[in-house]
Design a protein around this ligand. Sequence first.
Ligand code: NAD
Ligand code: DAO
Ligand code: ZN
Length: 369
Amino acid sequence: MKTRAAIAWEPNRPLEIEEIDLEGPKEGEVLVRIVTTSLCHTDVFTLSGEDPEGLFPCVLGHEGCGVVEEVGKGVTSVAPGDHVIPLYVPEDPNCPYIKSGKTNLCQTIRKTQGAGVMPDGTSRFSYKGKPILHYMGTSTFSEYTVLPEISVAKITKEAPLSKASVMGCAVPTGIGAVRNTAKVEAGATVAVFGLGAVGMAVIQGAVLNGASRIIGIDVNPSKFPLAKALGATECVNPRDHDEAIHNILIDMTDGGLDYTFEAVGNVELMRSALEACHKGWGECTVIGVAGAGQEISTRPFQLVTGRVWRGTAFGGVLGRSQLPGMVDEWLRGDFSVDPYITHHMTHNQINTAFDLLKAGESIRSVIHF
Ligand code: NAD
Ligand code: DAO
Ligand code: ZN
């Protein structure tokens, strides 16, 4: 079949919408019609060429939602007409990592997903006979995409697909980081570095977990009103201070935070986020994705004296068994996805979504097919 897809031909080149070929689902795969997709900083990062896993040409996009159109042989857990969210972290119950109960990092299709192909080692996308690679196992910037069965989460049909795309990455990542990774307890103090959609979702997660203070940190103060509306008790712009940001935070909190989160992808901030933690117990969760070859550093004494550095992918959420329940929480009104969506646009306007995110003028642009 044909599908209209935004192609990333090479790093740093605007996407081009083309009608390309899409092979139907093979055994264990599903064909999904994407209804909406939104743009996450990770897509921007990959297009920048800084992502060591970024392979070109490819169809980017990992934050989306849609409807199953067709299933391949052997698929039993979803059927045509089901509403689904593509998962860049799949969930195979037979994977030893999943069976461990200690992580959401399913490894069943890890190698092929990282290589931009389906589990049989080939791509379903092609243009004029040449393969176009998949991205993060999802490729939601195409009106139709093929995914492994273990890479789709079936959600209730009550969830409006006009905005459910943000449940594909930002919202579960931020809320999950608080809930599953840091396990923030009621009354705890929290600081979030970076007030994009992921950082905003950390704020929302911290509110849900009953944090007593939530400090938002960003160099773009236009993010502060939304952060406060979501529940940040204070916002700080590091550029307003001569002192290093971690010292400012330590002073503000009488010794440091119980929990900090880095949602930017900047290794210096990852250090600041660790060093802003309270001696003896403070825990820093790294969410941001740093560029190829970058490293984090701190004095080991920071760890010896009880601070903890950890990281999270997709907020530690098990996509198939836990994400549908998070969608239900949204529909019950436990939290809203509306604040994240600052722009709606068509597929043809996808490069505008990149420009807005890079300029700090959007939280999430939702792209409608
Ligand atoms: P975004 O671009 O919307 O937000 C980033 C924010 O960081 C912006 O508000 C920006 O002004 C701010 N910022 C930039 N430099 C800063 C600095 N020096 N100090 C303070 N703030 C600064 O990005 P997003 O979509 O919210 O994603 C955030 C990060 O999380 C990215 O690195 C992305 O790749 C990563 N991410 C990770 C996961 C995961 O599973 N670990 C999932 C989604 C996104
Ligand atoms: O299992 O080794 C692994 C990696 C799984 C990929 C997880 C992605 C991590 C976060 C990237 C940014 C998400 C938008
Ligand atoms: Zn993302």
